[in-house]
Write a protein that binds this ligand. Structure first.
Ligand code: PRX
Length: 637
């Protein structure tokens, strides 16, 4: 018997011990008992972190959508698979059963096939949070095409970079999207992106809003007439366990975004298992994750994890503030949501508003609350616990990454006692380690270190699309035989982990990973800018906000600073998207640099965070230009 569902603390410890004592046996039992395979594996795991090469369920054959859909039809075909809650509360919610979802996925898969898409082709999805996005994800997986979902808040340039990098043949988008009171012209953004990248042969357009769009002959067409004609039956493509399932881009500290490559079987087993345990999902429950499918959270815990478990998963198109700040709570009340999973930044934003928004709603259906994406501060944790959970719902602070595919460190609710700001203990199969700056593993508790993982887990990303060397350099080179997360962590006296934040040049703003280098590149393209450096500084709602130090060229010196600031932010919006806009811009005459010319971001971070005493700043005498530090401080905000 496998240990698929952990129900109490003793069981957690027992399962955890088994999972690290013999991970192969542990995962093989779960895989065997809870999933449908067209052929079993020859070997459970083969791995070598030096190459790096990680193979789970070697030579097994399967299709993930058969596991998400087909196998449920005889037992829960009429159960709601997806509840769609539109942006506008006046518009009716949609309830899509497993039978209906299966049909819609098959139709979409047939449309893709008719457009010449087959196994291994890349399909880019640039869509709002509407059911078609989930359907398109699954349709790709059904025919073995590799989906690359790009968050529909990214700009045309960012979209073009991602399309170009994976050489997508086809894009599915919509005419536009609703976000609160705004309508965003998505098709227009795709048109701009495709001016820059010529690889896309076909654009299929979902009709969602009422705006005029341009159609490029031979390339663009409405998808609905094609869906209407398509057959509702589509046989699965039989996939190898290690065939690519999707690419999802995430920011790196340098260079262009990294297309994290996830494969089929290990991702399936791990996301299903973690969904079941971290949310303690029961058959009748309604589960809601507020993330966007454009991020890994949406892939793993809106689409795949829930559907693999035959769950009812809610998709929300809108934003927490529209029409007012009660929207989340109204949805919880309306659909009697049992598990609610959101980001600390949303909690902080909602906690600032009138408590009546929460208090006026019946939230008694809630059983488990979750957070993800960034550290949750103590105040936000208590607000969530007291006012949303009514002190009655365990909070699962789930730590993981785009690269990890699924949640690695989290309480198992009703088993692991929670502790504010702590992600607590590793899930089964996960072997975390803290490492010091000399690359030695630290074994004692009550200590900070760099967080690594010692043994492969099934859903770890297998590569960076088109750049395996970068995958090796980023994750497997800092520490021998370990995956390096890029995060720092504190381990307390009982072995609980608290994630303290990034230790590299990635900044997490409102739960979104932003690399400093791409933002600096965008700013430096402005004709008046000579050089720039970006750092994060603490922000009440966003967790971190961005502070830009900008050196102007001679030609820019005479320009109005407010106009220039606006232009710099416009430049960032165009190159990356509004999420990367700077909250503060300071024009400076120089940047603190080491003798080798490297910008000392540590000092800029302190200045941005208003920690400017000599003690805060540390030794600045070794800088190439120590005087600049005082000058920047004096002119800082
Ligand atoms: O720094 C950690 C932070 O988010 C990073 C991963 O970002 P991304 O790949 O966009 O995935 C976000 C959704 C899984 C991590 O390296 N992070 C994520 N979850 C937590 C967190 N920091 C603290 N606590 C968390 N629960």
């Amino acid at each position: 018997m496998s240990n698929y569902h952990i129900k109490h603390l003793e069981e957690y410890f027992q399962v955890y011990r088994k999972s690290v004592h013999n991970p192969e046996l542990y995962w093989a039992e779960i895989a065997e008992e809870h999933f449908l395979w067209r052929k079993k594996w020859d070997q459970v795991l083969h791995w070598d972190f030096n190459k790096p090469e990680i193979i789970w369920f070697q030579n097994a054959k399967l299709n993930i959508t058969e596991n998400c859909l087909d196998r449920h039809l005889s037992i829960r075909g009429d159960k709601t698979a997806i509840i769609f809650e539109p942006n506008n509360p006046e518009e009716k919610a949609d309830y899509i059963t497993y039978n209906q979802l299966h049909k819609r996925v098959c139709k979409m898969a047939n449309v893709l096939k008719d457009q010449g898409i087959g196994k291994g082709d890349r399909v880019c999805l640039y869509l709002p949070m509407i059911p078609e996005l989930a359907v398109a994800v699954l349709a790709c997986a059904r025919i073995g095409a590799i989906h690359s979902v790009v968050f529909a808040g990214f700009s045309a340039t960012a979209l073009a970079t991602r399309i170009e990098d994976c050489q997508a043949k086809l894009v599915i988008t919509s005419d536009g999207s609703y976000r609160g009171a705004k309508t965003i012209p998505l098709k227009k953004i795709v048109d701009e992106a495709l001016e820059k990248s010529k690889v896309v042969k076909t654009v299929l357009v979902v009709k969602r809003v009422d705006i005029e769009i341009n159609f490029k002959a031979k390339r663009d067409q409405w998808i609905q007439p094609l869906l209407d004609k398509a057959s509702p039956k589509c046989p699965i493509e039989i996939m190898d366990a290690e065939d690519p399932l999707f690419i999802l881009y995430t920011s790196g500290s340098t260079g262009k975004p990294k297309g994290m490559l996830h494969t089929t079987a290990g991702y399936m087993v791990y996301t299903a298992f973690t969904f079941k345990n971290v949310f303690q999902y029961q058959e009748e429950d309604v589960y809601w994750c507020t993330a966007d499918i454009g991020w890994i959270t949406g892939h793993s815990y809106i689409v795949y994890g829930p559907l693999l478990n035959g769950a009812t998963t809610l998709m929300f198109e809108g934003v927490p503030s529209y029409p007012d700040y009660s929207r989340f709570w109204e949805i919880v009340e309306k659909h009697k949501v049992n598990q609610f999973y959101t980001a600390p930044t949303a909690i902080r934003a909602l906690a600032k508003e009138n408590l009546d928004f929460v208090k006026s709603r019946d939230l008694s259906s809630l059983k488990v609350l979750g957070t993800v994406g960034e550290p949750i501060n103590e105040e936000a944790w208590h607000w969530y616990n007291d006012h949303v959970g009514n002190k009655n719902c365990p909070i699962v602070d789930t730590w993981w990454q785009t690269e990890t595919g699924g949640i690695l460190i989290s309480p198992v609710p009703f088993s692991t006692p929670t502790k504010p700001t702590y992600a607590t203990l590793p899930l089964p199969g996960i072997q975390p380690a803290l490492v010091d700056e000399n690359a030695n593993e630290i074994h004692q508790n009550q200590i900070n270190g760099n967080l690594c993982i010692k043994f492969p887990w099934p859903s770890v990303a297998r590569s960076i699309w088109g750049n395996h060397q970068r995958y090796k350099d980023t994750y497997f080179s800092a520490y021998k035989n370990m995956y390096f997360t890029g995060d720092g962590a504190f381990r307390d006296e009982v072995g609980y982990y608290r994630i303290t934040g990034r230790v590299d040049d990635v900044i997490i703003v409102s739960g979104h990973n932003l690399g400093t280098a791409p933002i600096e590149d965008a700013i430096n393209e402005h004709p008046a800018v000579a050089e720039s450096a970006i750092v994060g500084f603490p922000h009440d709602i966003k967790g971190n906000a961005l502070y830009g130090f900008v050196i102007l060229k001679e030609t820019g010196q005479m320009r109005d600073r407010d106009n220039l600031s606006a232009e710099v932010n416009q430049q960032i919006t165009e190159r990356i998207g509004p999420i990367a806009k700077l909250d503060k811009i300071q024009f400076v005459s120089g940047l603190p640099k080491t003798r080798s010319g490297k910008i000392m971001r540590r000092i800029l971070r302190k200045i941005a965070g208003k920690q400017t005493t000599e003690k805060d700043l540390g030794d600045t005498s070794t800088l190439l230009n120590p005087d600049i530090v005082q000058e920047i401080i004096e002119e800082s905000y």
